[in-house]
Design a protein around this ligand. Structure first.
Ligand code: HEC
Length: 132
């Protein structure tokens, strides 16, 4: 906590701190991929518990995507990139919340529909923002 406040007071991020948050975001990306695989695996094996565990894992990573932190991985020359990132992050939040509700209600077809919406958010940002 003290460290966090210190970082806030220190003002703009130093190059080293930027590098750290970049690595953290990339770690979150890998965790999201892992979570998506877990959800898919759970879906194929009809394990709602496994699907739910995957959604919960995904949601833990959303905070950095929702915050200004995400800017370190976005291109600086594209003004819309941050707005777009916020939009995809809120869609990920929305569909993952809905997915939990669907799983708990035993509506697996709805849960799988949520899954494909989640996947769409990943690819949508990657094709637009990531320079492939
Ligand atoms: C707001 C935009 C955005 C969204 C949404 C997004 N990503 Fe990414 N992701 C990126 C960017 C940008 C990179 C590449 C950064 C770079 O290489 O410079 C990336 C890279 C990755 C990587 C490679 C990580 C590495 O180790 O190099 C994986 C895996 C990944 N994303 C998975 C996902 C998954 C799964 C989702 C959806 C649940 C997702 N991403 C959603 C922007 C996004």
């Amino acid at each position: 906590m003290a460290f966090a406040i210190g970082t806030l007071l220190a003002g703009p991020l130093s190059a080293a701190e930027k590098k750290d948050s970049r690595q953290e975001l990339m770690q979150d990306m890998r965790t999201m991929l892992n979570a998506m695989e877990q959800i898919q695996h759970g879906g194929f094996y009809s394990s709602s518990e496994e699907m739910k565990a995957g959604v919960e894992k995904l949601q833990k990573t959303l905070k950095s995507l929702e915050s200004e932190e995400v800017k370190v991985i976005l291109p600086k020359d594209q003004a819309y990139a941050y707005k777009f990132a916020q939009k995809t992050a809120s869609m990920l939040r929305l569909y993952s919340d809905d997915m939990i509700v669907s799983i708990e209600a035993g509506r697996i077809d709805d849960a799988l529909e949520d899954y494909s919406q989640l996947l769409r958010q990943c690819t949508s940002c990657h094709t637009r923002i990531r320079n492939w």
